[in-house]
Design a protein around this ligand. Structure first.
Ligand code: FAD
Length: 480
């Protein structure tokens, strides 16, 4: 492999030094894979040349955004291609055209000046990129009302494994193959949930005009996204945030079914462990909280809310500063949970993103508690309750990898029985790719193989993610 040849042929940078390779060997997960090269392209031509170089040198290519993914989706051997220079933003009335490397924080600031916002809002805030959000089908608290990335994705422009530019939707051969495979899908095998980042989202495609949706949650395995058109919304005139307190998680989960009928813009769950990190007073009997936010008919909705809930209204905020402060506390739940669990030892985050139909939310929360008790591990839970999506962190000093796999198999079996998904927003990555077949069954999994083969017949793009190839090109190791 002659790295100099690649460096001379592109305008961007090629890195092969130890420090850079180590930086890109990790993301926000607990995994580590050292790449062979890191390329930071400046132009689309650079990306195409990198793909041709990779093909010639039998190296894989994995796109990377902010590296905030939680399951190792952006880690691989071979070449990591960092899209940070594709950072153009163009704002229109109801949509925005953005480069894949645009950081969400920068986009938010610009949109706000235009009185607009993007629906999906991962709690990681400003640090993730549009490419990464598409790659994982990211969502967030406001996805309850405004949908996940897949629901807001109007068009994708990408470079395929063969180095060709492809726009979706379009009447191209690849788009037609997507529709053909989508028609063979048994939609009953898909989870019956409002958000899903497991496998390929063939269920979201009914015709050519929806073919761009197949790229959402595809984790860089079908192409390298260079830009996208995403729907945007008018900033609401007013928001109100209500904090509800509950004596039991079951009571809170049951209330969620009533609360969603009022169309809140967010409905989030915070457990007892996470509550300890919020600087506010709570009555001692309160075991968990629900955050309920409305951005329309606020006064009317709050009075309706007080009539239908079994919990207590603890706080109500309508000023921007307090709302932002309370959201910061909720968005730091992952940080709090890791801080809390540090005295134990965190375990690989495999069962951390399950999503079930809302009527099964209480069962999901109780299942997590039962699992923790059964295996003697500590547990922290929080998440997007209105979507039935709960993040779970487990910790134990002395549990081994084998136990985690046993826990994952048992837990996922129950989640799938509830018609849920093993991942609502973080994706499959290294942590869950081996469970994708279990989620969908053999027939749908075979369609996934066919889809991957249509886009990437030589398994060049982010191999071993979503579908397991016969031969692995990369080795991975756990940091902990
Ligand atoms: C503290 C914290 C809180 C979080 N909260 C949320 C949350 O509330 N909701 C949520 O959904 N997620 C959340 N996440 C997960 C993560 O932030 C999102 O998945 C995010 O969208 C990843 O974006 P990224 O730019 O960092 O992508 P990366 O991690 O760099 O990549 C993610 C995947 O996208 C692929 N990808 C990246 N760029 C491209 C491209 N140009 N073309 C094709 N594929 C590409 C990568 O190959 C990889 O498979 C959280 C993470 C952290 C650390």
């Amino acid at each position: 492999m002659n790295v100099e040849v690649l460096q001379r042929s592109i305008r961007g940078r090629v890195f092969s030094d130890r420090q850079t390779l180590e930086n890109y060997s990790v993301d926000s997960s607990l995994y580590q894979i050292r790449p062979s090269l890191v390329v930071v392209p400046k132009t689309i031509k650079d990306i195409i040349k990198t793909l041709l170089f990779a093909t010639k040198n039998k190296l894989s290519v994995t796109p990377r955004g902010g590296g905030t993914g939680l399951v190792g989706s952006a880690l691989n051997s071979g070449i990591i291609i960092d899209l940070r220079n594709l950072d153009r933003i163009r704002i229109f009335q109801n949509h925005v055209e953005v480069g894949a490397g645009v950081h969400k924080g920068r986009l938010d600031q610009i949109l706000e000046k235009h009185g607009k916002f993007l629906g999906p809002n991962p709690s990681v805030g400003p640090y993730c990129t549009i490419g990464g959000m598409i790659g994982t089908n990211a969502s967030g608290s406001r996805s309850l009302k405004y949908g996940s990335t897949i629901d807001n994705l109007l068009e994708v422009t990408m470079i395929t494994a063969s180095g060709k530019m492809l726009k979706l939707p379009s009447r191209t051969r690849l788009a037609q193959s997507v529709v053909k495979l989508a028609r063979q899908v048994d939609r009953q095998k898909y989870p019956q949930v409002s958000k899903n980042s497991c496998g390929y989202r063939l269920d979201a495609v009914s015709n050519i005009s929806e073919t761009q949706k197949i790229i959402a949650a595809s984790e860089g395995t079908l192409g390298i996204v260079v830009s996208a058109k995403l729907r945007i919304y008018d900033l609401p005139k007013k928001r109100i945030l209500v904090i509800l307190g509950y004596e039991s998680i079951k009571e809170a989960a049951i209330d969620c079914q009533k609360i969603v009928k009022l169309r809140p813009s967010a409905l989030e769950f915070v457990d007892h462990n996470t509550m300890k990190n919020i600087t506010a007073r709570f009555p001692h009997e309160i075991k968990c909280l629900l955050y309920v936010e409305f951005d329309a008919n606020t006064g009317r909705n709050v009075s309706l809310l007080s009539n239908i809930i079994a919990g207590q209204i603890l706080y109500k905020f309508s000023d921007k500063k307090s709302i932002a402060k309370w959201w910061t506390a909720r968005n730091s739940a992952l940080y709090f949970s890791l801080k809390n669990l540090l005295s134990s030892k965190t375990l690989p985050h495999i069962i951390e993103d399950a999503t079930v139909p809302l009527h099964s939310l209480a069962d999901l929360l109780l299942l997590a508690e039962k699992t923790a008790r059964r295996y003697g591990v500590r547990l922290v839970m929080y998440g997007h309750a209105g979507n039935g999506n709960i993040h779970i962190r487990l910790a134990s000093k002395n549990k081994c990898k084998k136990t985690i796999n046993t826990i994952a198999k048992e837990f996922f079996t129950q989640v799938i029985t509830m018609k849920g998904t093993i991942t609502g927003e973080h994706g499959d990555g290294i942590a869950r790719t081996k469970f994708v077949r279990m989620q969908y069954g053999h027939r749908t999994y075979e369609l996934f193989y066919k889809l991957k083969n249509e886009f990437d017949p030589h398994n060049l793009l982010n191999p071993q993610k979503i579908v397991l190839a016969r031969h692995s090109r990369g080795r991975q190791q756990l940091l902990l």
